[in-house]
Ligand binder design. Structure first.
Ligand code: NA7
Length: 541
């Protein structure tokens, strides 16, 4: 191939969501010639795709926002405590414009293949539109929940109505008014959608496989006073977030749920319930670590659910049983349970009456033929590894990432992979990602990586590669930390249970962002231990 055809770069970033834009900003600032490639014709990542009604962030916007620019922080005005998808998408677009990032983003360009050229010490990236790139660094910012499961049921092609996937919601919108609608799946997407769709639809039927725990969002408009108060103290809030295990902006309770009286505990839960949303899980320090402690929280939530659902049969079906609160990602809702008190909303418990097939007019379960105009799948994602393994990525000696990760993902710090030199993963498996305020841990990783690359360039390092031993140690550490928690008790996407045949490996790092950051700092202090730094690309390594 004629080498002149390549777009030559220092760094190529894959994905123009929150992580990709932040990577671009940092690397540009470092003076690296950088481009981002993005499959969609718009930036925003998950916030571009998940346009379903009711979509919003479960982390407060004051915390789920970039911290890299105090000016941006001061200027942006969030309208609600938990911003909706359109508002978050506006924010990302504002950031792209404000920092002049668009000129470095190639939209409608999907990475098909990335291959490490060992002789040149460069990544060769090809795309579906024929554009080819050569770059020293390959930065994967492809998201954790970005590859939707393509759930189907037999007979779907015969269905005369519309089938929609929540993670690929039509941009032109969908007219739900007066329609008979099915929602399949009761994770965060189904839970957020249900009350909104219920208000518009003639009839809504929710198909639930597993009842989950959900906590009220305690959403509210952000008043001018609140906005001013946060902004007056924003740096401190960010520091608190960085120093907390979760990366959320409030200081969690340091007590065990078991060391206080029942009355005090109920009072604390009650306070947290109406205020903290997702942060409810942090009411006590050991809710996700100790089964007896967890039971106090799980029981409290079950009681709350019961009080929100009028019909006793529905109440029972909607109440989670058999797994501790938080070991599957809990939802944060805005009227999910109350929606079932409406006359036009029904629940199908898929454990009792599974779906047999689609018919031309709707869905047949083992119990009934149910007519629908629109069926919405909210069945989740091939989490953590799905979007990393979809493109064909190969490192040394043609080793593919899929082959390397056959038995589950292995990384050093969630960032580097042996045999894939100069490739860095942001928010990937082995990093705090979805067990934290993912935007905060993304920025932690990128700040660290930027300093690393700055130093590498100063020292004329051409090639950075994770060591096999470091990888092994990190995987062990991730597993040790996971074993201290309750997460391993429950099949969930945290352990790869969401996809048949996926290796059952604990995916994220459960040690918390604060501890993770300390590890990153120590690795840097030790001259980037666990990475081999070479002045010439090594052909054999
Ligand atoms: P989730 O949280 O993975 O939820 C998917 C839901 O879909 C969950 O209730 C699943 O039930 C259900 N599901 C999955 N496959 C099927 C099939 N084949 N039939 C019926 N029901 C099914 O994805 P979301 O999009 O809701 O949320 C993703 C994340 O966004 C969330 O975790 C937050 O981080 C924000 P199951 O529990 O597997 O029995």
């Amino acid at each position: 191939t004629n080498i002149e055809e390549y777009i030559r770069l220092d760094a190529i970033v894959v994905g123009a969501g929150f992580a990709g834009l932040r990577a671009l900003w940092s690397l540009q600032k470092l003076g690296l010639k950088t481009r981002v490639i993005e499959a969609s014709d718009q930036i925003g990542g998950v916030w571009n795709f998940n346009r379903y009604p009711g979509a919003r962030c479960d982390v407060e916007s004051f915390d789920y926002s970039y911290r890299f620019s105090p000016e941006l922080e001061q200027d942006w005005r969030w309208s609600e405590r938990y911003a909706t998808q359109p508002e978050i998408l506006r924010y990302i677009n504002h950031v792209a414009d404000r920092f002049d990032l668009r000129q470095y983003i190639d939209l409608s360009t999907r990475m098909d293949q990335a291959r490490y050229d060992e002789d040149a010490g460069q990544w060769v990236v090809t795309s579906d539109v024929g554009k080819c790139y050569r770059a020293t660094y390959l930065i994967l910012a492809v998201g954790q929940l970005s590859r939707p499961k393509d759930t189907t049921y037999p007979g779907q092609e015969t269905f005369a109505g519309k089938v929609i996937y929540s993670a690929n919601w039509p941009r032109e919108g969908v007219d739900l008014a007066g329609k008979r609608i099915a929602i399949i799946g009761t994770g965060s997407s189904g839970v957020q959608m249900t009350p909104v769709v219920a208000r518009e639809a003639a009839q809504l039927t929710v198909f639930q496989r597993t009842a989950n725990y959900s906590i009220p969002a305690a959403n509210a408009p952000v008043s001018d006073e609140e906005d001013a108060a946060v902004k007056a103290n924003y740096r401190q809030r960010r520091e608190n977030a960085r120093r907390s295990p979760s990366g959320l902006g409030f200081i969690p309770n340091g007590a065990s749920a078991l060391e206080v009286s029942e009355e005090e505990r109920e009072l604390e839960y009650e306070k947290a319930w109406n205020r903290l949303g997702f942060g409810f899980a942090l009411t006590y320090k050991d809710i996700l670590l100790d089964l007896a402690s967890n039971k106090t929280a799980s029981d409290f939530i079950r009681k709350k659910i019961a009080s929100r659902v009028k019909d006793p049969q529905l109440r029972e079906k909607l109440t989670p049983e058999g797994f501790p609160f938080g070991t599957r990602r809990p939802s944060v809702d805005d009227g999910f349970y109350e929606a079932f008190n409406r006359d036009n909303v029904a629940l199908v418990d898929l454990k009792e009456t599974p779906i047999e097939k689609f018919t031309p007019t709707g869905i047949r379960t083992s119990a009934a033929d149910l007519p629908f105009d629109i069926v919405i799948y909210a069945t989740g994602f091939d989490a953590f590894t799905g979007s990393l393994l979809a493109p064909d990525i190969s490192g040394r000696n043609g080793l593919t990432l899929a082959k390397k990760w056959e038995a589950g993902p292995v990384t050093h710090l969630g960032i580097g992979v042996k045999a894939f030199p100069n490739m860095f993963i942001i928010g990937g498996p082995g990093s705090p990602s979805l067990l934290s305020n993912v935007l905060l841990s993304t920025e932690e990783q990128l700040d660290w990586l930027t300093s690393f690359l700055e130093k590498a360039r100063k020292d004329n390092v051409q090639e950075i590669e994770a060591d096999a031993q470091a990888e092994q140690d990190w995987v062990e550490h991730v597993n040790e930390r996971a074993a201290e928690t309750l997460y391993l008790m429950t099949p969930s996407y945290y352990i790869g249970a969401e996809m048949p045949g996926k290796p059952r490996v604990f995916m994220p790092y459960s040690g918390g962002v604060r501890y993770y950051r300390r590890i990153l700092e120590n690795v840097a202090k030790e001259g980037y231990s666990g990475f081999t730094l070479r002045k010439e690309p090594a052909v054999e390594a």
